[in-house]
Ligand binder design. Structure first.
Ligand code: ATP
Ligand code: MG
Length: 574
Protein backbone atom coordinates (compact mmCIF):
# COMPACT_ATOMS: atom_id res chain seq x y z
CA UNK A 1 0.00 0.00 0.00
CA UNK A 2 1.27 3.44 -0.85
CA UNK A 3 0.98 5.79 2.05
CA UNK A 4 0.11 8.67 -0.25
CA UNK A 5 -3.22 6.87 -0.62
CA UNK A 6 -3.54 5.25 2.79
CA UNK A 7 -6.30 6.47 5.05
CA UNK A 8 -4.35 6.78 8.28
CA UNK A 9 -5.51 9.78 10.29
CA UNK A 10 -2.70 9.94 12.87
CA UNK A 11 -2.89 12.32 15.81
CA UNK A 12 0.02 14.21 17.32
CA UNK A 13 -1.69 14.84 20.64
CA UNK A 14 -2.70 12.20 23.13
CA UNK A 15 -6.51 12.20 23.20
CA UNK A 16 -7.59 13.25 26.67
CA UNK A 17 -10.18 10.51 27.12
CA UNK A 18 -7.57 7.77 26.66
CA UNK A 19 -5.79 6.57 29.79
CA UNK A 20 -4.18 3.34 28.64
CA UNK A 21 -1.24 3.13 26.21
CA UNK A 22 -3.20 0.81 23.91
CA UNK A 23 -6.16 3.16 23.80
CA UNK A 24 -3.97 6.20 23.18
CA UNK A 25 -1.89 4.51 20.52
CA UNK A 26 -4.80 2.96 18.65
CA UNK A 27 -6.33 6.42 18.38
CA UNK A 28 -3.07 8.22 17.65
CA UNK A 29 -1.99 5.69 15.01
CA UNK A 30 -5.31 6.24 13.23
CA UNK A 31 -6.38 2.63 13.72
CA UNK A 32 -9.68 3.18 15.48
CA UNK A 33 -12.17 5.96 16.11
CA UNK A 34 -14.86 6.20 18.75
CA UNK A 35 -18.47 6.34 17.63
CA UNK A 36 -20.01 6.46 21.10
CA UNK A 37 -18.76 5.24 24.47
CA UNK A 38 -17.49 1.66 24.09
CA UNK A 39 -18.26 1.49 20.36
CA UNK A 40 -15.46 1.86 17.83
CA UNK A 41 -14.85 1.95 14.10
CA UNK A 42 -11.81 0.14 12.75
CA UNK A 43 -9.87 2.11 10.15
CA UNK A 44 -7.61 0.48 7.53
CA UNK A 45 -4.61 -0.26 9.76
CA UNK A 46 -6.84 -1.31 12.66
CA UNK A 47 -8.89 -3.80 10.67
CA UNK A 48 -5.70 -5.38 9.31
CA UNK A 49 -4.49 -6.10 12.85
CA UNK A 50 -7.87 -7.45 13.84
CA UNK A 51 -7.87 -9.76 10.84
CA UNK A 52 -4.37 -10.99 11.70
CA UNK A 53 -5.55 -11.97 15.17
CA UNK A 54 -8.66 -13.57 13.66
CA UNK A 55 -6.56 -15.57 11.21
CA UNK A 56 -4.35 -16.92 13.98
CA UNK A 57 -7.45 -17.87 15.95
CA UNK A 58 -8.95 -19.55 12.87
CA UNK A 59 -5.84 -21.57 12.15
CA UNK A 60 -5.59 -22.85 15.69
CA UNK A 61 -9.30 -23.65 15.92
CA UNK A 62 -9.20 -25.49 12.60
CA UNK A 63 -6.13 -27.39 13.83
CA UNK A 64 -8.18 -28.95 16.66
CA UNK A 65 -11.06 -29.71 14.28
CA UNK A 66 -13.32 -27.00 15.57
CA UNK A 67 -15.48 -25.88 12.65
CA UNK A 68 -16.34 -22.31 11.81
CA UNK A 69 -19.94 -21.18 11.66
CA UNK A 70 -21.60 -17.80 11.95
CA UNK A 71 -24.64 -17.28 14.14
CA UNK A 72 -26.85 -14.25 14.39
CA UNK A 73 -26.08 -11.38 16.72
CA UNK A 74 -29.81 -10.90 17.21
CA UNK A 75 -31.29 -13.50 19.54
CA UNK A 76 -34.86 -14.23 20.62
CA UNK A 77 -35.66 -13.69 24.29
CA UNK A 78 -37.42 -17.06 24.55
CA UNK A 79 -34.16 -19.01 24.45
CA UNK A 80 -32.71 -16.93 27.22
CA UNK A 81 -35.84 -17.39 29.28
CA UNK A 82 -35.54 -21.12 28.79
CA UNK A 83 -32.03 -21.12 30.23
CA UNK A 84 -33.01 -18.70 32.99
CA UNK A 85 -30.45 -16.10 31.96
CA UNK A 86 -32.83 -13.46 30.58
CA UNK A 87 -33.13 -11.94 34.05
CA UNK A 88 -29.71 -12.97 35.30
CA UNK A 89 -27.86 -11.05 32.62
CA UNK A 90 -29.45 -7.87 33.87
CA UNK A 91 -28.57 -4.42 32.57
CA UNK A 92 -25.55 -5.69 30.65
CA UNK A 93 -27.83 -7.05 27.95
CA UNK A 94 -28.93 -4.87 25.05
CA UNK A 95 -32.63 -5.61 24.60
CA UNK A 96 -34.94 -4.69 21.75
CA UNK A 97 -38.37 -5.37 20.24
CA UNK A 98 -39.39 -6.08 16.70
CA UNK A 99 -42.44 -4.46 15.06
CA UNK A 100 -44.66 -7.18 16.53
CA UNK A 101 -43.40 -6.54 20.04
CA UNK A 102 -41.42 -9.75 20.09
CA UNK A 103 -38.47 -9.38 22.44
CA UNK A 104 -34.87 -9.88 21.37
CA UNK A 105 -31.38 -9.13 22.58
CA UNK A 106 -28.09 -8.43 20.91
CA UNK A 107 -26.00 -11.46 21.83
CA UNK A 108 -23.55 -10.92 24.70
CA UNK A 109 -22.56 -14.61 24.29
CA UNK A 110 -24.08 -17.59 22.48
CA UNK A 111 -24.52 -20.63 24.75
CA UNK A 112 -28.30 -20.66 24.29
CA UNK A 113 -28.13 -20.20 20.53
CA UNK A 114 -25.64 -23.00 19.95
CA UNK A 115 -27.48 -25.33 22.32
CA UNK A 116 -30.67 -24.62 20.43
CA UNK A 117 -28.99 -25.41 17.10
CA UNK A 118 -27.63 -28.69 18.39
CA UNK A 119 -30.80 -29.88 20.11
CA UNK A 120 -32.55 -29.74 16.77
CA UNK A 121 -29.74 -31.31 14.76
CA UNK A 122 -27.91 -33.87 16.87
CA UNK A 123 -29.77 -37.11 17.53
CA UNK A 124 -27.20 -39.81 17.97
CA UNK A 125 -23.90 -40.43 19.74
CA UNK A 126 -22.49 -40.99 16.25
CA UNK A 127 -22.72 -37.23 15.60
CA UNK A 128 -20.59 -36.45 18.64
CA UNK A 129 -18.11 -35.09 19.66
CA UNK A 130 -18.65 -31.80 17.88
CA UNK A 131 -16.83 -28.52 18.19
CA UNK A 132 -18.09 -25.33 16.54
CA UNK A 133 -16.81 -21.78 16.67
CA UNK A 134 -17.53 -18.36 15.27
CA UNK A 135 -15.77 -15.03 15.14
CA UNK A 136 -18.48 -12.53 15.68
CA UNK A 137 -19.55 -9.23 17.16
CA UNK A 138 -20.76 -9.32 20.75
CA UNK A 139 -22.78 -6.71 22.59
CA UNK A 140 -22.56 -5.98 26.30
CA UNK A 141 -23.83 -2.79 27.83
CA UNK A 142 -20.89 -2.67 30.24
CA UNK A 143 -21.30 -0.62 33.40
CA UNK A 144 -18.02 1.15 32.75
CA UNK A 145 -16.94 0.89 29.12
CA UNK A 146 -13.37 2.13 29.05
CA UNK A 147 -9.84 1.68 27.87
CA UNK A 148 -10.76 1.64 24.18
CA UNK A 149 -11.01 -1.88 22.80
CA UNK A 150 -10.32 -3.43 26.22
CA UNK A 151 -13.76 -2.99 27.67
CA UNK A 152 -16.05 -2.10 24.84
CA UNK A 153 -19.80 -2.43 24.46
CA UNK A 154 -19.45 -3.82 20.94
CA UNK A 155 -16.45 -6.11 20.48
CA UNK A 156 -15.21 -9.07 18.51
CA UNK A 157 -15.11 -12.44 20.19
CA UNK A 158 -14.22 -15.90 19.05
CA UNK A 159 -16.58 -18.22 20.86
CA UNK A 160 -16.41 -21.97 20.54
CA UNK A 161 -18.87 -24.53 21.89
CA UNK A 162 -18.04 -28.18 22.36
CA UNK A 163 -20.51 -31.05 22.57
CA UNK A 164 -19.53 -34.43 24.02
CA UNK A 165 -21.20 -37.64 25.08
CA UNK A 166 -19.68 -37.72 28.55
CA UNK A 167 -17.61 -35.86 31.11
CA UNK A 168 -14.39 -37.41 29.93
CA UNK A 169 -15.05 -36.19 26.40
CA UNK A 170 -15.85 -32.71 27.70
CA UNK A 171 -12.54 -32.64 29.56
CA UNK A 172 -10.64 -33.74 26.47
CA UNK A 173 -12.28 -30.95 24.43
CA UNK A 174 -11.34 -28.54 27.22
CA UNK A 175 -7.70 -29.61 27.07
CA UNK A 176 -7.65 -29.27 23.29
CA UNK A 177 -8.95 -25.71 23.61
CA UNK A 178 -6.44 -24.97 26.35
CA UNK A 179 -3.57 -26.02 24.10
CA UNK A 180 -4.97 -24.13 21.11
CA UNK A 181 -5.30 -20.98 23.26
CA UNK A 182 -1.68 -21.27 24.39
CA UNK A 183 -0.67 -21.36 20.75
CA UNK A 184 -2.92 -18.45 19.81
CA UNK A 185 -1.60 -16.12 22.48
CA UNK A 186 2.02 -17.16 21.97
CA UNK A 187 1.67 -16.51 18.25
CA UNK A 188 0.23 -13.07 18.99
CA UNK A 189 3.44 -12.37 20.90
CA UNK A 190 1.78 -12.13 24.32
CA UNK A 191 3.28 -12.96 27.69
CA UNK A 192 0.44 -14.64 29.54
CA UNK A 193 -0.51 -16.82 32.50
CA UNK A 194 -3.26 -19.42 32.63
CA UNK A 195 -5.15 -19.10 35.88
CA UNK A 196 -8.18 -20.72 37.52
CA UNK A 197 -11.30 -18.67 37.01
CA UNK A 198 -14.64 -18.47 38.73
CA UNK A 199 -17.35 -20.29 36.82
CA UNK A 200 -20.24 -19.15 38.98
CA UNK A 201 -22.20 -17.04 36.53
CA UNK A 202 -21.65 -19.32 33.56
CA UNK A 203 -22.52 -22.45 35.53
CA UNK A 204 -20.52 -25.64 35.27
CA UNK A 205 -17.42 -26.87 36.95
CA UNK A 206 -13.94 -25.97 35.80
CA UNK A 207 -12.81 -22.75 34.19
CA UNK A 208 -9.50 -21.15 33.29
CA UNK A 209 -8.66 -17.65 32.17
CA UNK A 210 -5.80 -16.62 29.93
CA UNK A 211 -4.27 -13.46 31.29
CA UNK A 212 -1.98 -11.20 29.29
CA UNK A 213 0.28 -9.72 31.94
CA UNK A 214 -0.02 -5.95 32.23
CA UNK A 215 0.15 -3.43 35.04
CA UNK A 216 -3.04 -1.87 33.67
CA UNK A 217 -4.91 -5.16 33.53
CA UNK A 218 -8.35 -5.03 35.10
CA UNK A 219 -8.00 -8.53 36.57
CA UNK A 220 -5.99 -9.31 39.68
CA UNK A 221 -4.24 -12.65 39.82
CA UNK A 222 -2.93 -14.55 42.83
CA UNK A 223 -0.14 -16.97 42.07
CA UNK A 224 2.47 -19.06 43.81
CA UNK A 225 6.11 -19.33 42.81
CA UNK A 226 6.67 -22.50 44.83
CA UNK A 227 3.96 -24.50 43.09
CA UNK A 228 1.78 -23.95 40.01
CA UNK A 229 -1.20 -22.43 41.81
CA UNK A 230 -2.64 -19.41 40.01
CA UNK A 231 -6.17 -18.01 40.13
CA UNK A 232 -8.06 -14.80 39.55
CA UNK A 233 -8.72 -12.84 42.72
CA UNK A 234 -12.39 -13.72 42.28
CA UNK A 235 -11.57 -17.39 42.57
CA UNK A 236 -8.42 -17.47 44.72
CA UNK A 237 -8.44 -18.92 48.20
CA UNK A 238 -5.74 -19.15 50.83
CA UNK A 239 -4.76 -20.90 54.03
CA UNK A 240 -5.83 -18.03 56.22
CA UNK A 241 -5.67 -19.08 59.84
CA UNK A 242 -6.91 -16.95 62.69
CA UNK A 243 -5.05 -16.60 65.98
CA UNK A 244 -5.13 -19.51 68.46
CA UNK A 245 -8.48 -20.44 69.96
CA UNK A 246 -7.16 -21.86 73.23
CA UNK A 247 -8.08 -18.73 75.13
CA UNK A 248 -10.95 -19.09 77.60
CA UNK A 249 -14.29 -17.81 76.30
CA UNK A 250 -15.22 -14.67 78.24
CA UNK A 251 -18.71 -13.29 78.77
CA UNK A 252 -20.00 -10.84 76.15
CA UNK A 253 -20.04 -7.25 77.29
CA UNK A 254 -21.66 -4.19 75.74
CA UNK A 255 -19.22 -1.28 75.58
CA UNK A 256 -20.03 2.38 74.99
CA UNK A 257 -17.93 3.47 71.98
CA UNK A 258 -19.03 7.02 71.16
CA UNK A 259 -18.38 8.05 67.56
CA UNK A 260 -16.30 4.97 66.79
CA UNK A 261 -17.75 4.00 63.42
CA UNK A 262 -14.96 2.70 61.29
CA UNK A 263 -12.85 -0.35 62.07
CA UNK A 264 -9.97 2.05 62.66
CA UNK A 265 -11.92 4.15 65.17
CA UNK A 266 -13.01 1.05 67.04
CA UNK A 267 -9.52 -0.42 66.98
CA UNK A 268 -8.18 2.78 68.49
CA UNK A 269 -10.89 2.82 71.08
CA UNK A 270 -10.23 -0.74 72.22
CA UNK A 271 -6.53 -0.38 71.64
CA UNK A 272 -6.74 -3.64 69.70
CA UNK A 273 -5.76 -4.67 66.17
CA UNK A 274 -8.29 -5.15 63.37
CA UNK A 275 -7.74 -8.89 63.91
CA UNK A 276 -9.82 -8.71 67.07
CA UNK A 277 -12.94 -7.61 65.20
CA UNK A 278 -15.51 -9.19 63.03
CA UNK A 279 -17.14 -6.68 60.75
CA UNK A 280 -20.72 -7.03 59.65
CA UNK A 281 -21.62 -5.87 56.17
CA UNK A 282 -25.25 -5.39 55.29
CA UNK A 283 -25.82 -6.30 51.70
CA UNK A 284 -28.82 -6.11 49.45
CA UNK A 285 -29.01 -9.29 47.43
CA UNK A 286 -31.93 -9.26 45.02
CA UNK A 287 -35.05 -9.25 47.23
CA UNK A 288 -33.41 -9.70 50.62
CA UNK A 289 -30.89 -8.04 52.90
CA UNK A 290 -28.20 -10.28 54.38
CA UNK A 291 -25.62 -9.69 57.09
CA UNK A 292 -22.17 -10.85 56.09
CA UNK A 293 -19.66 -11.31 58.90
CA UNK A 294 -15.96 -11.40 58.06
CA UNK A 295 -12.73 -10.80 60.01
CA UNK A 296 -12.23 -7.07 60.60
CA UNK A 297 -8.84 -7.03 58.91
CA UNK A 298 -10.03 -8.54 55.63
CA UNK A 299 -12.04 -7.67 52.55
CA UNK A 300 -15.12 -9.41 51.21
CA UNK A 301 -14.86 -11.22 47.89
CA UNK A 302 -18.18 -10.29 46.28
CA UNK A 303 -18.00 -13.08 43.73
CA UNK A 304 -17.72 -15.70 46.45
CA UNK A 305 -20.77 -14.15 48.11
CA UNK A 306 -22.65 -14.11 44.81
CA UNK A 307 -21.94 -17.82 44.42
CA UNK A 308 -23.06 -18.62 47.96
CA UNK A 309 -26.31 -16.70 47.55
CA UNK A 310 -26.96 -17.83 43.99
CA UNK A 311 -27.94 -14.38 42.77
CA UNK A 312 -26.61 -12.54 39.72
CA UNK A 313 -23.67 -10.22 40.35
CA UNK A 314 -25.58 -7.12 39.30
CA UNK A 315 -28.18 -7.77 42.02
CA UNK A 316 -25.66 -7.42 44.86
CA UNK A 317 -24.96 -4.05 46.46
CA UNK A 318 -24.22 -2.51 49.84
CA UNK A 319 -27.40 -1.65 51.69
CA UNK A 320 -28.25 2.05 51.76
CA UNK A 321 -28.30 4.08 54.94
CA UNK A 322 -32.04 3.80 55.40
CA UNK A 323 -31.97 0.02 55.11
CA UNK A 324 -29.07 -0.23 57.54
CA UNK A 325 -30.98 1.82 60.08
CA UNK A 326 -34.10 -0.27 59.63
CA UNK A 327 -32.25 -3.58 59.96
CA UNK A 328 -29.96 -2.64 62.86
CA UNK A 329 -31.97 0.03 64.64
CA UNK A 330 -28.74 2.06 64.77
CA UNK A 331 -26.75 4.57 62.76
CA UNK A 332 -24.43 3.24 60.07
CA UNK A 333 -21.25 1.82 61.59
CA UNK A 334 -22.68 -0.25 64.43
CA UNK A 335 -24.03 -3.31 62.64
CA UNK A 336 -23.36 -6.68 64.21
CA UNK A 337 -24.68 -10.24 64.06
CA UNK A 338 -26.36 -10.16 67.51
CA UNK A 339 -29.76 -8.54 68.19
CA UNK A 340 -30.52 -7.45 64.64
CA UNK A 341 -33.91 -5.73 64.52
CA UNK A 342 -34.97 -7.69 61.48
CA UNK A 343 -34.76 -11.41 61.02
CA UNK A 344 -32.29 -11.60 58.15
CA UNK A 345 -29.92 -14.32 57.01
CA UNK A 346 -26.43 -14.21 58.47
CA UNK A 347 -23.62 -15.38 56.20
CA UNK A 348 -20.30 -15.98 57.95
CA UNK A 349 -16.77 -16.33 56.70
CA UNK A 350 -15.40 -19.62 58.00
CA UNK A 351 -12.49 -17.94 59.80
CA UNK A 352 -14.89 -16.04 62.06
CA UNK A 353 -16.07 -19.36 63.53
CA UNK A 354 -12.54 -19.92 64.84
CA UNK A 355 -11.99 -16.45 66.27
CA UNK A 356 -12.08 -15.98 70.00
CA UNK A 357 -13.51 -13.19 72.18
CA UNK A 358 -13.90 -10.79 69.31
CA UNK A 359 -15.61 -7.43 68.99
CA UNK A 360 -18.72 -6.74 66.89
CA UNK A 361 -21.14 -3.86 66.40
CA UNK A 362 -24.02 -3.92 68.91
CA UNK A 363 -26.82 -2.79 66.55
CA UNK A 364 -27.15 0.21 68.81
CA UNK A 365 -25.71 3.62 68.04
CA UNK A 366 -22.37 4.17 69.81
CA UNK A 367 -22.13 0.63 71.16
CA UNK A 368 -20.06 -2.45 70.42
CA UNK A 369 -20.01 -5.86 72.07
CA UNK A 370 -16.77 -7.50 73.12
CA UNK A 371 -15.95 -11.11 73.98
CA UNK A 372 -18.20 -12.47 71.28
CA UNK A 373 -17.80 -16.10 70.24
CA UNK A 374 -19.30 -17.86 67.27
CA UNK A 375 -21.76 -20.62 68.06
CA UNK A 376 -22.46 -19.40 71.57
CA UNK A 377 -23.51 -15.82 70.74
CA UNK A 378 -24.70 -16.08 67.15
CA UNK A 379 -24.75 -18.49 64.25
CA UNK A 380 -24.65 -18.10 60.52
CA UNK A 381 -27.00 -19.79 58.10
CA UNK A 382 -24.09 -20.26 55.75
CA UNK A 383 -20.43 -20.61 56.72
CA UNK A 384 -18.07 -20.33 53.76
CA UNK A 385 -14.81 -18.87 52.54
CA UNK A 386 -15.77 -15.30 51.63
CA UNK A 387 -12.44 -13.51 51.63
CA UNK A 388 -10.45 -11.73 48.99
CA UNK A 389 -6.88 -13.01 49.08
CA UNK A 390 -3.99 -10.61 49.35
CA UNK A 391 -0.27 -10.65 48.74
CA UNK A 392 1.54 -12.78 51.29
CA UNK A 393 -1.47 -14.99 52.14
CA UNK A 394 -0.56 -18.67 52.21
CA UNK A 395 -0.99 -20.63 48.98
CA UNK A 396 -3.94 -23.04 49.40
CA UNK A 397 -1.94 -25.76 47.67
CA UNK A 398 1.51 -25.57 49.25
CA UNK A 399 1.44 -22.90 51.95
CA UNK A 400 4.11 -20.64 50.41
CA UNK A 401 3.31 -16.90 50.32
CA UNK A 402 1.06 -15.91 47.43
CA UNK A 403 2.03 -13.13 45.06
CA UNK A 404 -0.36 -10.78 43.28
CA UNK A 405 -0.14 -9.45 39.75
CA UNK A 406 -2.40 -7.85 37.18
CA UNK A 407 -3.55 -9.16 33.83
CA UNK A 408 -5.87 -8.59 30.89
CA UNK A 409 -8.31 -11.47 30.42
CA UNK A 410 -7.88 -12.33 26.76
CA UNK A 411 -9.42 -15.79 26.82
CA UNK A 412 -11.61 -17.97 28.96
CA UNK A 413 -12.45 -21.67 28.81
CA UNK A 414 -15.35 -23.29 30.66
CA UNK A 415 -16.59 -26.77 31.34
CA UNK A 416 -20.33 -26.24 31.31
CA UNK A 417 -21.34 -29.80 32.07
CA UNK A 418 -25.09 -30.26 31.61
CA UNK A 419 -26.23 -26.75 32.56
CA UNK A 420 -27.45 -25.65 29.13
CA UNK A 421 -28.24 -29.07 27.65
CA UNK A 422 -30.32 -29.69 30.77
CA UNK A 423 -32.18 -26.39 30.65
CA UNK A 424 -32.79 -26.54 26.89
CA UNK A 425 -33.12 -30.30 26.70
CA UNK A 426 -30.33 -31.04 24.24
CA UNK A 427 -30.04 -34.82 24.20
CA UNK A 428 -28.76 -37.70 22.07
CA UNK A 429 -29.33 -41.43 21.96
CA UNK A 430 -26.37 -43.39 23.31
CA UNK A 431 -25.11 -46.76 22.04
CA UNK A 432 -27.90 -48.50 23.95
CA UNK A 433 -30.56 -46.26 22.50
CA UNK A 434 -30.91 -44.44 25.83
CA UNK A 435 -31.49 -40.70 25.88
CA UNK A 436 -28.62 -38.73 27.44
CA UNK A 437 -27.84 -35.06 27.92
CA UNK A 438 -24.94 -33.54 26.02
CA UNK A 439 -21.85 -32.42 27.94
CA UNK A 440 -20.87 -28.95 26.84
CA UNK A 441 -17.98 -26.53 26.97
CA UNK A 442 -17.78 -22.84 26.09
CA UNK A 443 -14.55 -21.13 25.12
CA UNK A 444 -13.99 -17.46 24.33
CA UNK A 445 -11.18 -15.35 22.97
CA UNK A 446 -11.50 -11.58 23.08
CA UNK A 447 -10.22 -10.92 19.58
CA UNK A 448 -10.35 -7.12 19.69
CA UNK A 449 -9.17 -7.11 23.31
CA UNK A 450 -6.21 -9.31 22.31
CA UNK A 451 -5.14 -6.75 19.71
CA UNK A 452 -5.19 -4.08 22.42
CA UNK A 453 -3.35 -6.37 24.88
CA UNK A 454 -0.54 -6.81 22.35
CA UNK A 455 -0.09 -3.04 22.27
CA UNK A 456 -0.07 -2.89 26.08
CA UNK A 457 2.86 -5.28 26.08
CA UNK A 458 4.56 -4.08 22.90
CA UNK A 459 5.06 -0.33 22.81
CA UNK A 460 7.61 2.31 23.74
CA UNK A 461 7.51 6.09 24.17
CA UNK A 462 7.37 6.57 20.38
CA UNK A 463 4.56 4.23 19.55
CA UNK A 464 3.55 0.65 18.89
CA UNK A 465 6.12 -2.13 18.39
CA UNK A 466 4.09 -4.81 16.61
CA UNK A 467 5.31 -8.37 16.50
CA UNK A 468 5.41 -9.53 12.85
CA UNK A 469 2.56 -11.99 13.42
CA UNK A 470 -0.11 -9.32 13.97
CA UNK A 471 1.49 -6.20 12.46
CA UNK A 472 -0.71 -4.40 9.92
CA UNK A 473 2.22 -4.58 7.48
CA UNK A 474 5.55 -6.38 7.77
CA UNK A 475 7.80 -3.81 6.13
CA UNK A 476 7.77 -0.07 5.60
CA UNK A 477 9.92 1.39 2.82
CA UNK A 478 10.45 5.08 3.41
CA UNK A 479 11.59 7.33 0.60
CA UNK A 480 13.36 10.18 2.37
CA UNK A 481 12.92 12.67 -0.47
CA UNK A 482 10.26 11.79 -3.04
CA UNK A 483 11.42 14.60 -5.30
CA UNK A 484 14.75 12.86 -5.78
CA UNK A 485 14.23 10.62 -8.81
CA UNK A 486 16.75 7.97 -7.83
CA UNK A 487 15.29 7.63 -4.37
CA UNK A 488 11.74 7.50 -5.69
CA UNK A 489 12.64 4.90 -8.33
CA UNK A 490 14.54 2.64 -5.92
CA UNK A 491 11.83 2.92 -3.31
CA UNK A 492 9.18 1.92 -5.83
CA UNK A 493 11.32 -0.95 -7.11
CA UNK A 494 11.92 -2.36 -3.62
CA UNK A 495 8.25 -1.97 -2.81
CA UNK A 496 7.25 -4.05 -5.81
CA UNK A 497 9.92 -6.69 -5.26
CA UNK A 498 9.18 -7.17 -1.60
CA UNK A 499 5.46 -7.41 -2.31
CA UNK A 500 6.05 -10.11 -4.89
CA UNK A 501 8.06 -12.06 -2.30
CA UNK A 502 4.86 -12.36 -0.31
CA UNK A 503 5.57 -9.54 2.12
CA UNK A 504 3.02 -6.97 3.22
CA UNK A 505 4.64 -3.65 2.46
CA UNK A 506 3.91 0.02 3.03
CA UNK A 507 5.66 2.53 0.81
CA UNK A 508 6.00 5.94 2.37
CA UNK A 509 5.88 7.97 -0.83
CA UNK A 510 4.31 11.01 0.78
CA UNK A 511 5.68 14.42 0.07
CA UNK A 512 6.45 15.06 3.72
CA UNK A 513 9.51 15.91 5.75
CA UNK A 514 11.65 12.90 6.66
CA UNK A 515 11.11 13.61 10.37
CA UNK A 516 7.33 13.33 9.97
CA UNK A 517 7.68 10.03 8.11
CA UNK A 518 9.97 8.53 10.74
CA UNK A 519 7.66 9.64 13.54
CA UNK A 520 4.69 8.03 11.81
CA UNK A 521 6.63 4.82 11.15
CA UNK A 522 7.50 4.65 14.87
CA UNK A 523 3.92 5.39 15.87
CA UNK A 524 2.25 2.75 13.70
CA UNK A 525 4.97 0.27 14.68
CA UNK A 526 5.77 -1.56 11.44
CA UNK A 527 8.39 -4.19 12.48
CA UNK A 528 10.88 -3.88 9.60
CA UNK A 529 11.96 -0.56 8.21
CA UNK A 530 13.90 0.24 5.06
CA UNK A 531 14.92 3.82 4.41
CA UNK A 532 15.86 4.88 0.91
CA UNK A 533 17.96 8.04 1.09
CA UNK A 534 21.11 9.65 -0.18
CA UNK A 535 22.85 6.45 -1.21
CA UNK A 536 20.02 5.32 -3.48
CA UNK A 537 22.30 5.77 -6.48
CA UNK A 538 24.68 3.16 -4.98
CA UNK A 539 21.76 0.83 -4.19
CA UNK A 540 22.48 1.20 -0.49
CA UNK A 541 19.64 1.62 1.99
CA UNK A 542 19.24 1.85 5.73
CA UNK A 543 17.78 -1.19 7.48
CA UNK A 544 16.35 -1.22 10.98
CA UNK A 545 13.95 -3.09 13.22
CA UNK A 546 11.26 -1.28 15.15
CA UNK A 547 12.00 -3.41 18.22
CA UNK A 548 15.69 -2.45 18.26
CA UNK A 549 16.02 0.88 16.54
CA UNK A 550 19.64 0.41 15.48
CA UNK A 551 20.21 1.31 11.87
CA UNK A 552 22.69 -0.24 9.47
CA UNK A 553 23.53 0.52 5.87
CA UNK A 554 23.10 -2.48 3.65
CA UNK A 555 23.12 -3.26 -0.04
CA UNK A 556 19.69 -3.86 -1.53
CA UNK A 557 20.90 -7.37 -2.38
CA UNK A 558 21.03 -8.23 1.32
CA UNK A 559 17.55 -7.01 2.19
CA UNK A 560 15.76 -10.35 1.80
CA UNK A 561 18.30 -12.17 3.98
CA UNK A 562 17.86 -9.59 6.70
CA UNK A 563 14.09 -9.83 6.51
CA UNK A 564 14.15 -13.62 6.59
CA UNK A 565 16.42 -13.54 9.62
CA UNK A 566 13.91 -11.37 11.46
CA UNK A 567 11.02 -13.64 10.50
CA UNK A 568 12.99 -16.60 11.81
CA UNK A 569 13.90 -14.74 14.97
CA UNK A 570 10.19 -14.18 15.60
CA UNK A 571 9.45 -17.85 14.95
CA UNK A 572 7.86 -17.27 11.55
CA UNK A 573 8.64 -18.53 8.08
CA UNK A 574 8.62 -16.40 5.01
P1 ATP B 1 -14.59 -9.58 31.89
O1 ATP B 1 -14.41 -10.34 33.18
O2 ATP B 1 -13.35 -8.88 31.44
O3 ATP B 1 -15.80 -8.71 31.90
P2 ATP B 1 -15.92 -11.85 30.91
O4 ATP B 1 -15.37 -12.87 31.81
O5 ATP B 1 -17.25 -11.30 31.16
O6 ATP B 1 -14.86 -10.64 30.78
P3 ATP B 1 -16.29 -13.78 28.81
O7 ATP B 1 -17.74 -13.90 28.91
O8 ATP B 1 -15.44 -14.85 29.38
O9 ATP B 1 -15.84 -12.35 29.41
O10 ATP B 1 -15.91 -13.47 27.29
C1 ATP B 1 -14.84 -14.09 26.59
C2 ATP B 1 -13.77 -13.09 26.26
O11 ATP B 1 -14.28 -11.94 25.60
C3 ATP B 1 -13.05 -12.54 27.47
O12 ATP B 1 -12.04 -13.41 27.89
C4 ATP B 1 -12.51 -11.22 26.96
O13 ATP B 1 -11.26 -11.42 26.34
C5 ATP B 1 -13.51 -10.80 25.92
N1 ATP B 1 -14.39 -9.73 26.44
C6 ATP B 1 -15.34 -9.83 27.38
N2 ATP B 1 -15.94 -8.66 27.60
C7 ATP B 1 -15.34 -7.78 26.76
C8 ATP B 1 -15.52 -6.37 26.51
N3 ATP B 1 -16.44 -5.67 27.15
N4 ATP B 1 -14.73 -5.78 25.56
C9 ATP B 1 -13.80 -6.50 24.90
N5 ATP B 1 -13.59 -7.81 25.10
C10 ATP B 1 -14.34 -8.45 26.01
MG1 MG C 1 -14.40 -14.51 31.39
Amino acid sequence: MKMSKLYMPTLREVPSEAELPSHQLLLRAGMIRKLVSGVYSYLPLGIRVLKKVEDIVREEMDAIDSQEVLMSAIQPAELWKESGRWDDFGPEMFRLYDRNQREFCLGPTHEEIFTDLIRHEVKSYKQLPLSLYQIQTKYRDEKRPRFGLMRAREFIMKDAYTFDIDEEGMRKSYEDMWKAYEKIFSRCGLKFKVVQGDSGAMGGSDSHEFMAMSEYGESAIAYCDSCDYAATDEKASCLYEVASTTQEKLQPEKVHTPNAKTIEDVANFFNASAESFAKTLLIKAKDEVVAVVIPGSRELNEIKLVNVLGVPEHEIMMADEETVKAVTGAEVGFAGPINLKKDIRIIVDSRVTKMNNFIVGANETDYHIKNVNYGRDFEGEVVEDLLLVREGDKCPKCGAPLKMDRGIEVGNIFQLGLKYSGALNATFLDENGKEQKIYMGSHGVGVSRTAAAVIEQCHDENGIVWPLSVAPYHVIVTIVNVKNEEQAALGEKLYNELKSSGLEVLLDDRNERAGVKFKDADLIGIPIRITVGKKANEEIVEFSLRREGEKSEISVNDIMDKIKAEFNYQGLEL
